[in-house]
Design a protein around this ligand. Structure first.
Ligand SMILES: [Fe+2]
Length: 357
């Protein structure tokens, strides 16, 4: 198929030639963000108590909007540099991340305890188990998509060594595999089974089907996570993968790491990386952390459903719960989803003119 957004099919060469995916905040924008956070911060509030209107992002907002346009209609990812990292405490930096999220979409829950904001740091989790998650480990991660339309990651501290961030275009990978092995490319359009890593909500089964690739309205969508696919193979009721399917997935992972396809970079403190999970896949290398807790690698992660989200393939419904354009969808609902979370979603969706599924 011809992808309606040709720029989503980028190569590393394309990214180097056209750097419109990098956005830089100037001093005025940085001052506006610092002032917005200082003015709104209230230690008596939880994140759910804040409203979009509590934060006037001033001249930073046009730059953030430009980055978000690039995420939706361009390369599918953007790097916004120069958030006011040095002027803010870790808690203020987290609140700044949340404030940008309130202007961008409806935050989605991210796991078993239904958190809407995650501090990505090494908590000693073992990644490759039936309930492992990458964000709380220091492991080398497989190329994967996160479980929401957009993932926004702000960098507060970097590791002592390692922790390199990689992004590849799933659209480019599809073009390559279709050219090299069209027979295997076809297999990737069949449903595959993914484990919920024991984080399922009470109304969800322990696994869900999703093709690696599907189409809707001239756009190609991808969803991939080898760790979850591998753990699903041990769950009752999940069909075993064929040798050909393994071959297709191995070739996909090989293509994603080719130097012409994989963009690698180190995030710096004050950087914000924004990814469109439908057209990009990401990964990270293992890292060695600092001894001092105050210096340990720390990123803040938000998963978001934006008001201008396009309609998803019907095959995305088991994972996303809703596929209609502009709906509140995606996330990992988890086991602690409660009235407060629901009330936040309903209020935030109303503020952005969105439908709650
Ligand atoms: Fe991720």
């Amino acid at each position: 198929m011809k992808h309606a957004n040709a720029r989503a099919a980028w190569t590393v060469e394309d990214l180097e030639a056209d750097q419109t995916w990098i956005h830089e905040l100037d001093d005025g924008a940085r001052r506006a963000l610092t002032a917005a956070v200082r003015k709104a911060a209230d230690p008596a509030k939880t994140l759910f108590d804040y409203r979009r209107e509590d934060f006037d992002l001033g001249s930073a907002w046009p730059a953030i909007t430009a980055a978000l346009r690039e995420v939706r209609d361009g390369t599918g990812f953007a790097l916004l540099r120069g958030l006011p990292r040095d002027g803010l405490s870790q808690a203020e930096f987290e609140l700044l991340t949340w404030a940008i999220g309130l202007h961008t979409g409806v935050a989605r829950p991210q796991g078993k305890a239904s958190p809407f904001m995650t501090a990505v740091r090494d908590a000693g989790t073992v990644y490759r188990t039936g309930k492992g998650r990458g964000y709380s480990s220091n492991a080398d991660l497989d190329f994967h998509t996160d479980s929401a339309d957009i993932v926004l990651l702000t960098c507060y501290n970097v590791a002592k060594a390692g922790g390199m961030s990689m992004v590849s275009s799933s659209v480019t990978a599809h073009e390559v595999i279709s050219a090299e092995r069209p027979d295997l490319a076809d297999l990737l359009h069949l449903p595959h089974y993914f484990s919920r890593q024991q984080e399922q909500a009470p109304d969800e089964p322990p696994f869900y089907p999703n093709p690696i690739y599907d189409e809707r309205d001239g756009l190609l969508f991808s969803k991939w996570n080898r760790n979850r696919l591998r753990s699903a193979q041990a769950i009752d009721g999940v069909p075993a993968l064929s040798a050909q399917q393994h071959e297709a997935l191995d070739l996909l992972d090989d293509i994603l790491r080719r130097p012409s396809v994989m963009h690698a970079m180190y995030l710096r403190p004050g950087d914000m990386q924004i990814l469109n999970n439908h057209v990009t896949l990401h990964s990270r290398t293992e890292f060695e952390d600092h001894e001092d807790p105050a210096l340990k690698r720390c990123l803040f992660r938000l998963w978001l459903a934006p008001p201008d989200g396009v309609a998803l393939p019907e095959s995305w419904r088991p994972a996303y719960r809703a596929v209609e354009a502009g709906t509140v969808r995606g996330g990992i609902v988890g086991k602690a989803y409660d009235e407060a979370r629901r009330a936040f979603e309903v209020r935030q969706a109303a503020d952005l003119g969105m439908q709650v599924a």
